[in-house]
Design a protein around this ligand. Structure first.
Ligand SMILES: Cc1cc2nc3c(=O)[nH]c(=O)nc-3n(C[C@H](O)[C@H](O)[C@H](O)COP(=O)(O)OP(=O)(O)OC[C@H]3O[C@@H](n4cnc5c(N)ncnc54)[C@H](O)[C@@H]3O)c2cc1C
Length: 444
């Protein structure tokens, strides 16, 4: 006999668990099923060893327009609201870094930094400060000044930043959802969903050995695999998945907080930055951005890669100059031996000039995959997050979320938008007032 749930959620990263938490806590949903192929929540992209742990935006994302900066900030601010509320008690989710900045090296970058400071950063982050005095900068981060050539000019925007353990956040969402003993909330770990199907009054979800579940509404927050699940239901045909590996290098701990560098507008990845690791043991440099066959770290998936192959992929990478340049540079960084040397010379030393080559080590224990959606018609790379169907349709009771980067920061925002759609589709109550008490008034 098949269980029928109000809502089933595939994938227990930050996005899927946030959706489950908001549903359980702020609606009158009666039954909820989580399905996760790993043995606990937050093990893939949301794991803190995979991502850079930054709560975006903190002002260092000079590739964002002011509009994008503001929109992402509203949803990202839900994380401290949550972590500092009763829901976050007992979990080590969020810490403020000792320093945070975006660094400009050379005259051109300094001019651009100044422009961005006035146009984009200061209006959204009023406490941001422009600084160019090396002695003052050295008080915040001595190693970005030490060993730098006297004639090399630098400038920074001084900011504040939080680091987030998005894996811990996901596990806390799961726990808070499960506390509702008045509701049927089931969690199935070690359960890989193989296939989904549209049936009358909902969706059927198939797992190995002929098992299946049914749900009236389906949320697919399966990270890199969300798009291929959406395609099983005839959604997302206009998109192709573009998996991009992000690798890191480490050195002994020399950075107190976060030092971001420049990224061109329109490029959906942060440029190399140097970050104090969560436990302070090392400084992490990266992530790189290289096309890959993998959809999750260290797990090549040739079948998924072949299913997803599309001439648009290559055409987009080749025809978009900014993307092409980033990819070529990063492919060079991946070449064994030489790649490490190039990364040391052009990336790590730009931030920490005195770092010795021998101190910069590849760090295979960190890093992961950001799978970006490319719109096949417009060749647009989807930044941040997007959900299919893009426009809600009557009778299509599914949200398929893709959140390549920096999607973890927006997880509660994505979840909120999911829950608005779910409550409308299923005729459920949404406890707006209760939600407002925790998160403030949400954008309509
Ligand atoms: C190198 C790198 C750096 C990043 N830095 C940042 C950063 O600093 N700040 C930030 O906000 N974001 C950052 N991101 C992005 C962030 O990690 C993701 O946006 C976020 O974790 C996505 O959450 P998710 O829940 O969508 O995916 P995930 O956390 O990957 O969760 C998806 C879940 O679905 C499960 N799943 C997949 N397929 C199936 C199946 N068939 N059956 C059952 N379960 C399935 C997976 O096991 C997984 O648990 C970074 C990402 C990378 C790779």
């Amino acid at each position: 006999m098949t269980d029928v749930y109000d809502v089933a959620i595939i994938g227990m990263g930050a996005v899927g668990t946030a959706t489950g938490f908001l549903l359980a806590e702020f609606t009158n949903v009666q039954s909820l099923l989580f399905l996760e192929k790993e043995n606990s929540a937050g093990q893939i992209a949301s794991d803190r060893r995979t991502n850079s742990q930054t709560r975006h935006p903190f002002g260092g994302e000079l590739n964002y327009s002011p509009k994008v900066m503001k929109a992402i900030k509203r949803y990202s601010d839900m994380i401290p609201s949550y972590a500092n509320s009763e829901y976050g008690r007992g979990y080590d989710i969020l810490r403020r870094t000792k320093s945070a900045m975006v660094l400009a090296v050379g005259r051109n970058e300094k001019e651009y930094l100044e422009k961005k400071f006035h146009d984009t950063v200061k209006p959204v982050f009023p406490y941001a400060e422009l600084m160019e005095d090396k002695e003052e900068i050295a008080k915040l981060e001595p190693y970005i000044v030490r060993g730098r050539k006297k004639e090399e000019k630098i400038g920074i925007i001084k900011l504040q930043a939080d680091i987030v353990d998005f894996g811990e956040l996901a596990r806390s969402f799961e726990d808070n959802a499960r506390r509702h003993q008045d509701k049927k909330i089931h969690v199935r770990f070690n359960t890989r969903v193989e296939r989904i199907e549209d049936v009358s009054n909902g969706y059927k979800i198939y797992i190995p050995n002929s098992g299946s579940f049914s749900a009236r509404y389906l949320v697919v927050s399966a990270g890199s695999y969300s798009l291929s699940f959406a395609k099983q239901l005839g959604l997302g045909g206009d998109f192709v998945a573009f998996p991009v590996a992000g690798k890191f290098y480490t050195s002994p701990s020399v950075i107190n907080g976060k030092v971001y560098t420049f990224q061109e507008e329109g490029v959906p990845f942060a440029a190399t930055h140097a970050d104090r690791e969560w436990d302070g043991a090392v400084t992490r440099y990266g992530p790189t951005a290289t096309p890959t066959l993998m959809f999750e770290r260290n797990r090549p998936d040739i079948k998924e890669f072949i299913d997803n192959l599309d001439p648009v992929l290559l055409d987009t990478v080749i025809s978009k100059k900014a993307i092409r340049n980033i990819m070529i540079k990063n492919i060079a960084y991946s070449v064994p031996g030489m790649g490490r040397h190039l990364f040391w010379k052009y990336e790590a030393r730009k931030i920490v000039p005195s770092i010795a080559y021998a101190d910069l080590k590849p760090a295979p224990e960190f890093g992961g995959i950001r799978t970006v959606g490319i719109n096949k018609r417009t060749r647009e790379l989807k930044l941040g997050e997007f959900t299919l169907p893009e426009v809600p349709k009557d009778g299509v009771n599914i949200c398929a979320n893709m959140a390549p980067s920096p999607g973890a920061s927006g997880c509660l925002g994505i979840a909120y938008k999911n829950v608005v759609k779910i409550t409308r589709a299923l005729g459920l109550d949404f406890y707006d007032e209760k939600l407002t008490k925790v998160f403030g008034t949400m954008p309509s």
